[in-house]
Ligand binder design. Structure first.
Ligand code: ACM
Ligand code: ZN
Length: 523
């Protein structure tokens, strides 16, 4: 009997230990004997920076009575401001001692990430109001951690499908848990313009209603956007808006058809985005600059994404205004006109102290040099492999890596809808074969992004099963410094997190299974 109990105790201890795995994997963990347990009260303190992060702890445990005092270095949880060059802006040290937990960092972001790691060590209590903090045993350890990349983004396509502000906030929470710091918000598309622009009200009164289907209607008021930005800021997430031009803009051009080449409303079902903003019409530039005035006023981020992908030039090739502009500016053709267009908008953003991000399409050909405040988002692995990456680096641009194979989480795991076999990948492929996971990244590589496009009616309720658990692979590649964990071990860790994620309302999709269950519903 004794032996049995001893074995059971050991099994539980091992399970407990494994369940306390932190993802993305920290840079260094030194395990110690013994464990920490909250005893008769919960005290939290800080000595300099970190009060907001200390209070975020309270937000996570609203039913606990927590005593807050500044400068109580003996508190159960102590936020210790230090000066440590190697930890940088986002790194932290988390020490779990038998009598106290100390998070040390240079800055607030470091405290916040230390806290996120601590939550992974308390898997049964976070967000489960039924369990008290007093029941938690945390194994003693010392963790030193910092990110691999300064840019770690998640993109959500709110253009094709509208999602509620509550849903957006839920995803911001999940990004924070995964230590991602940039919400790339794709706000304008062929099927919907979602951003209130006071100067051009038809963008939303018409442009947010162009698509058929109730879920596709809707837009965000500037007040709602401010609220979301403030929410994200507390989670140390910057919100980078994307205004996709000159293509992918049918919704805007349905509202303002006078800005198309032939003053013609885009046709419904124009799958290939053949209607662009006219690149020869000065009114286009005036319109977009006025929009950027409001966008820059609204979004504090240093970066504004201006799209630039998939803009077929059939209309520009025929349009008298476009052709006149090409002549006047000594351009070779319509492709160079897009570079001229991109350069003008990037220079406009430079006047406001901002950087412009463009999809890699703008560096495929030679021609006009883009300004040095341009950052390239390398996406089209399926179409052009690493051409955008190579060309951007050769021209000295910073790059964000987010290839469609490996990081586009709307790509399913098996063929579905319009996604054929070549547009599928599973958890192992995301982890081991993702082209964006560079071996020796050039210093111009700012980081990595992952995207959830909502083509083919991917609605809110269909998103988790696509994102989870594959996003753990991407978070790992964005954050983890040091040797890569072998896939089998990584897989086991992700699997162990399943019940913890369930507590948070996250349901893993079939990427967690070796085989997809028969007749699995992606809808
Ligand atoms: C893209 O997927 N069209 C950027
Ligand atoms: Zn034109």
């Amino acid at each position: 009997m004794k032996i049995l109990l001893f074995a059971l105790f050991n099994i539980l201890t091992v399970y407990h230990l494994l369940a306390q795995t932190i993802l993305p994997t920290p840079m260094e963990i030194i395990k110690r004997d013994s464990f920490f347990r909250f005893t008769d009260s919960i005290s939290v303190s800080w000595n300099n920076k970190g009060e907001n992060e200390a209070r975020y702890f309270e937000e996570k445990f609203p039913t606990e009575k927590i005593v807050y005092t500044k400068n109580d270095s003996q508190a159960n949880l102590f936020f210790n401001t230090i000066e440590n060059k190697t930890l940088g802006d986002e790194g932290y040290r988390l020490e779990v001692l038998s009598h106290q937990i100390i998070i040390s960092a240079n800055n607030e972001a470091g405290f916040f990430y230390g806290l996120q790691s601590l939550f992974f060590l308390m898997p049964n209590v976070v967000l489960d109001p039924g369990i008290s903090l007093f029941n938690v045993r945390i194994f003693c350890q010392e963790i030193t951690d910092k990110p691999k990349y300064p840019w770690r983004s998640f993109m959500l396509d709110s253009g094709r499908q509208y999602q509620s502000p509550a849903f957006i906030k839920k995803y911001l929470d999940r990004m924070a848990m995964l230590k991602m710091n940039t919400f790339h918000w794709h706000l304008t598309e062929k099927l919907g313009w979602r951003l209130e622009i006071k100067r051009y009200p038809k963008l939303t009164s018409i442009g947010s209603n162009v698509a058929i289907g109730p879920e596709q209607q809707g837009f965000y008021t500037q007040k709602q956007i401010r609220d979301i930005i403030a929410y994200a800021k507390k989670l140390h997430i910057q919100v980078v808006p994307e205004i996709d031009v000159p293509g992918h803009a049918n919704a805007a051009l349905t509202a303002y058809p006078e800005l198309t080449c032939f003053n013609k409303m885009p046709e419904k079902g124009d799958e290939y985005h053949s209607t662009l903003f006219c690149g020869g019409n000065e009114k286009t530039y005036e319109f977009l600059e006025n929009i950027l005035d409001e966008v820059c006023e609204l979004f504090p981020s240093e970066y504004i994404h201006l799209g630039g992908d998939e803009a077929p030039k059939a209309n520009w090739d025929k349009c008298p205004l476009c052709q006149k502009k090409i002549k006047k500016e000594n351009l070779k053709d319509s492709h160079e006109l897009q570079l001229y267009f991109s350069k003008r908008l990037a220079n406009y953003l430079r006047l406001k102290g901002k950087k412009a991000i463009f999809w890699g399409d703008v560096v495929y050909s030679d021609g006009i040099t883009l300004p040095d405040n341009v950052v390239i988002y390398w996406w089209n692995w399926n179409g052009h492999e690493d051409k955008a990456l190579k060309n951007a680096l050769a021209r000295g641009h910073q790059v964000i890596c987010g290839t469609n194979f490996g990081t586009y989480l709307n790509y399913p795991i098996e063929p579905w809808g319009h996604y054929g076999k070549n547009r599928t990948f599973d958890l192992r492929q995301t982890y081991d074969e993702n082209p964006s996971d560079l071996k020796n990244p050039n210093p111009l590589v700012l980081g990595m992004g992952t995207s959830l496009w909502t083509d083919w009616n991917v609605r809110e309720h269909m998103i988790d099963q696509r994102v989870f658990p594959r996003i753990f692979s991407l978070a790992e590649q964005m954050w983890h410094v040091g040797e890569k964990i072998p896939y089998n071990e990584f897989y086991m860790r992700v699997k162990l997190k399943r019940s913890f994620m369930k507590l948070m309302g996250i349901k893993y999709g079939p990427a967690i299974f070796p085989e997809i269950p028969e007749n699995y519903s992606w809808e």
